[in-house]
Ligand binder design. Structure first.
Ligand SMILES: [Ca+2]
Ligand SMILES: [Ca+2]
Length: 244
């Protein structure tokens, strides 16, 4: 049987179309795989992790100010803690307050939280512990061995799989007590600085693991993806990014 040139051209054209269709299918497949990989890198569970973090911040606030579980740290000791660690250990309290006195109704009745871990600061971003990392974000000298509560973010960044860089994959929640930064060096705690406990807030470094909320900014207007919960007031600096 003779096959005309026209038929051959049609056949060739069909093969070309098939090839294009196959290419399109492969392209879609690559896009899908890339999407899966990207969502894995980004943290596909962001909404859930973000909501868990917000719940954790609220639980810590209840441990400080009181809630369904009890009166809380402030009612027992007369003031707010200086750090999350103070909710686990009474060491920073004056000696008479380190045990509960049923007569006065004052004194330590902690620990006020149960889900603490001892941190190795090398496993958190330097913004948590190192003044030379970024003085504008330096917070209360978090040290290795301190009891902390980790936020809900489980970072899936590539460096999290590298043991050398695991330090970027743990996010402790911090209690920030801003100050009137009299000498304007971005660091609270200098002799001329005045602590502002009324502006205290709990801060999670968010998905990127970097603490971006400036300690000396009482409004916390610049916070990046950090999640901020003020203890005593609504949010004067705006609002956190959406968890969705
Ligand atoms: Ca200062
Ligand atoms: Ca951040």
């Amino acid at each position: 049987m003779m096959v005309s040139n026209q038929s051959l051209r049609r056949l060739g054209s069909m093969r070309l179309h098939m090839t294009r269709a196959e290419r399109a299918a492969v392209f879609v497949l690559v896009l899908a795989v890339t999407g899966v990989v990207m969502s894995f890198v980004r943290g596909d569970d962001f909404a859930a992790e973000c909501a868990a973090t917000d719940a954790s911040l609220k639980a810590i606030r209840a441990a400080i100010l009181g809630g369904e579980a009890g009166l809380g740290y402030r009612a027992d000791s007369g003031e707010i803690p200086r750090s999350i660690q103070d909710l686990f250990e009474p060491a920073s309290l004056p000696a008479p307050l380190r045990t509960f006195d049923p007569v006065t109704g004052r004194g330590w009745r902690g620990p006020y939280l149960t889900d603490g871990v001892r941190i190795n600061v090398r496993k958190a971003h330097c913004s948590f512990s190192d003044v030379s990392c970024n003085s504008q974000r330096f917070v209360n000298a978090l040290a290795t061995g301190d009891m902390v509560v980790l936020d809900g973010f489980r970072r899936h960044a590539p460096e999290c799989t590298n043991s050398d860089a695991e330090r970027y994959c743990i996010n402790p929640v911090v209690l920030q007590i801003p100050c009137d930064d009299a000498d304007r060096n971005g660091i609270c705690g200098d002799a001329s600085d005045m602590w502002l406990p009324g502006n205290a807030r709990l801060v999670s470094a968010g998905l990127n693991g970097i603490l971006e909320t400036a300690l000396t900014d009482y409004k916390a207007t610049a916070r990046g993806d950090d999640r901020v919960l003020f203890l005593f007031m609504g949010d004067p600096g705006g609002r956190n990014q959406s968890c969705e």
